[in-house]
Design a protein around this ligand. Structure first.
Ligand code: SF4
Ligand code: SF4
Length: 187
């Protein structure tokens, strides 16, 4: 079956999840270092306030923080971490499938171009995507998404011995005592 967004859906631009656990807080949209400046200046030109936090860091020697950041994340604008700041929820205009429009659609991050793809060979879709709820986690016609995912993977490949993950400190008020903030060594 061909992939197409479910009518009126904007779920992937609104809902943010704890990843990999509640301790790390809610994640944002993955932003590569090569994309960060472009997204920041696009936001500035549009007068949109955004927050980009680190996501994954690496280091070649033992230390208390990474020496290089290989991925960032664009945080949601709500206090609980939800809703991308570029999602146009105030305008009557809608995307072709009826969902809210993305204000930077032509310039959106690679991660948005790849979504809902999480594996490219064979094709596997994120089960949290609304399309998957009715149509399963595979689909045809995903060439653009496959290309975006391959680009992300190639940019994030590292042989550094130490890999760090940043805890965002952001989530639901009810989880506040479980959520941390700052760098944690993964390997
Ligand atoms: S959650 Fe899936 S169906 Fe809904 S807008 Fe995102 S990609 Fe499309
Ligand atoms: S940048 Fe655009 S496509 Fe990506 S999450 Fe935000 S609103 Fe959605």
């Amino acid at each position: 079956m061909d992939f197409q967004c479910v009518e009126n859906c904007s779920k992937c631009c609104i809902e943010r999840e704890y990843y990999p656990t509640v301790k790390f807080g809610k994640v944002g949209v993955l932003v590569l270092p090569q994309e960060k400046e472009r997204i920041e200046s696009t936001a500035k030109n549009l007068g949109i306030k955004i927050s980009i936090l680190p996501r994954i860091g690496i280091s070649y020697e033992k230390s208390d923080k990474p020496s290089e950041i290989i991925a960032y994340q664009l945080m949601g604008k709500e206090p609980n971490g939800n809703t991308c700041p570029f999602l146009d929820t105030e305008n009557q205009e809608r995307a072709p499938h009826g969902g809210y429009k993305c204000k930077i659609y032509e310039n959106r991050p690679l991660a948005c171009r790849a979504y809902p793809l999480i594996e490219s060979s064979p094709v596997v879709l994120d089960s949290k995507c609304k399309f998957c709820e009715s149509c399963g986690t595979t689909a045809e016609n995903m060439n653009q998404e496959v290309e975006a995912l391959i680009k992300i993977k190639s940019k994030m490949t590292t042989e550094a011995p130490y890999v760090w993950r940043y805890a965002t400190g952001i989530g639901e008020i009810s989880d506040a005592n479980k959520i941390e903030v700052g760098w944690f060594l993964e390997s």
